[in-house]
Design a protein around this ligand. Structure first.
Ligand code: AP5
Ligand code: MG
Length: 221
């Protein structure tokens, strides 16, 4: 790669942010930060942040900006010599502005904002089929990437569980929240000329477009 790539992934609940992040990590050796995975790790460890976050997450609402900004922005300095990717952050215009300010200070300009667009009926089915290994964040789906042994994590053999926010009622709230917040976010990156929108019904259809976007961004300059 000829230059460092710094990228954010925008997309509704179940759009495939986590799935695409794994592929990008493997193909391009990116570091990644997932705000949702970090918040769930805090919930699992019952930290003060986890306790505060769980009441929002379980209702499908965004966690207050102050908590999320502290959690994510403090980690960016350690990534300065790496290609990196943020999954699920920023999530609204305020978080995007805070990220801009931090990246300016760190002299780490953002390269691309990738927006994933997947139809609602497809993502609802996906989250209903999703099972996770909570300690590692590994994700399975019985119709897409099933575990080798039914109900068990491939690596540890632990029992798989459901995410506390993967039920129809909470999913609808998450989707509503995404609709309200994503337009200003997408406009923010559109104005900066960084937005790339990728549409498709499956990760197989979407990933080649992401691969192409990142490859060509890396070749620029
Ligand atoms: P977060 O963890 O970010 O959840 P989300 O945005 O709702 O997105 P998901 O993780 O559910 O979906 P994904 O896009 O990663 O899709 P995945 O690859 O798993 O956030 C959770 C909560 O934390 C938020 O609601 C909020 O409360 C809080 N939060 C997080 N960040 C925040 C922030 N910045 N500010 C404030 N609050 C914040 O794919 C979905 C499923 O589909 C999987 O089962 C997968 O295996 C399957 N799948 C993927 N591709 C395919 C395919 N091609 N065919 C079939 N199945 C597929
Ligand atoms: Mg995810």
């Amino acid at each position: 790669m000829k230059r460092l790539i710094r990228c954010i992934l925008i997309g509704g609940p179940g759009a495939g942010k986590g799935t695409q992040t794994k592929r990008i990590q493997q193909d391009f050796n990116f570091a990644s930060i997932s705000s949702g995975d970090l918040l769930r790790a805090h919930m699992l460890n019952n930290t003060s942040l986890g306790q505060q976050a769980s009441s929002y997450i379980n209702k499908g609402r965004l966690v207050p900006d102050k908590l999320v900004l502290e959690l994510i922005l403090t980690q960016l300095n350690s990534l300065k010599d790496r290609n990196w990717l943020l999954d699920g952050f920023p999530r609204n215009a305020l978080q995007a502005s805070a990220l801009d300010t931090t990246l300016e200070k760190l002299k780490q300009p953002l390269s691309i904002a990738i927006e994933l667009q997947v139809p609602d009926e497809i993502i609802l089915q996906r989250v209903q089929d999703r099972w996770i290994h909570a300690p590692s964040g590994r994700t399975y789906n019985y119709s897409f990437n099933p575990p080798k042994v039914y109900g068990r994590d491939d690596v540890t053999g632990d029992l798989l569980t459901k995410r506390s926010d993967d039920n129809i009622e909470t999913f609808r709230e998450r989707l509503k929240d995404y609709r309200e917040n994503s337009r200003p976010l997408v406009e923010h990156y559109g104005k900066k000329g960084l937005l790339v929108t990728v549409r498709g019904n499956s990760s197989e259809e979407i990933y080649p477009k992401i691969y192409e976007t990142i490859s060509s961004a890396a070749e620029k300059y």
